[in-house]
Design a protein around this ligand. Sequence first.
Ligand SMILES: NC(=O)c1ccc[n+]([C@@H]2O[C@H](COP(=O)([O-])OP(=O)(O)OC[C@H]3O[C@@H](n4cnc5c(N)ncnc54)[C@H](OP(=O)(O)O)[C@@H]3O)[C@@H](O)[C@H]2O)c1
Length: 258
Amino acid sequence: MARTVAILGGTGPEGTGLANRLARAGEHVVIGSRDAQRAQEAAKRLREQIGGSTQIGGTDNASAAAQCEVAVLTVPFSGLTALLKQLKTAWKPGTIVIDTTVPLAASVGGAPTRMLGVWQGSAAEAARELLPPGVGIAAAFHNLGAALLAGGSQPMATKDGRLWLTYNGEIFNHVDLRKDLERAGHPYQTRCDTETILYAYREHGPRSVTLFRGMFSFAIWDKDRRTLFCARDRLGIKPFYYYWDGDLFEKRRKFMDA
Ligand SMILES: NC(=O)c1ccc[n+]([C@@H]2O[C@H](COP(=O)([O-])OP(=O)(O)OC[C@H]3O[C@@H](n4cnc5c(N)ncnc54)[C@H](OP(=O)(O)O)[C@@H]3O)[C@@H](O)[C@H]2O)c1
């Protein structure tokens, strides 16, 4: 039987991004909201964006919680306690709840750079107090930015299909680099640093690597020139494995182990 994943607070950037990724991976996703209509509209936008036979629906948070096997909490920390109190009797036994909440001071009107102290230790440990017996809790996705979830599927290609990129890592100065690349006319379609690598390479060629600050490991295939350019960060933080049999290139560890 197909599993249903509910994304509570799924109308926001983090929840929509997770719904996008989970639905693309074939999960049956239900977006939850305080307003069922808002959830349905968010689900419709995602269905149109993803296409195919994507299974995404939308409903109020309590109905979403009641019908899922896995629920992901993507509401601001300030709303977490009230939401879990409201859902206390909604869950099915055996449901796994995944908490993405970061207790940022900003969620209660404080500074964006400060974290709130949580008496139980973490937002997920606080959430556990508000779940009935038989419902499990895990903490995850705290460091997974909504901008990354919204786009950046790989391999990523330039619009003309000439350059193809596969990449792992993070380019810390990608927002600054992006400004110059957009000024140079490169047509960004996501907010993702993956696109910055692609367009920096198109603009500067192999020299682009000297512009990147961060940790990365990537390969770019130039379809017209039939060249493959591979690079790794200076300290080798991101591993780079490759397999080459004269025909097929593959950078995942899985292939190396096979
Ligand atoms: N944004 C990121 O890059 C990122 C990364 C990692 C983790 N996170 C964590 O993920 C969570 C969501 O982040 P976000 O940026 O998507 O947040 P957000 O846009 O502020 O809120 C997400 C959704 O939560 C609902 N909501 C807002 N206030 C609420 C309240 N008081 N009670 C119940 N529901 C409420 C809203 O949906 P409805 O009005 O439709 O109910 C809203 O669309 C946060 O806890 C954040 O710390 C975010």
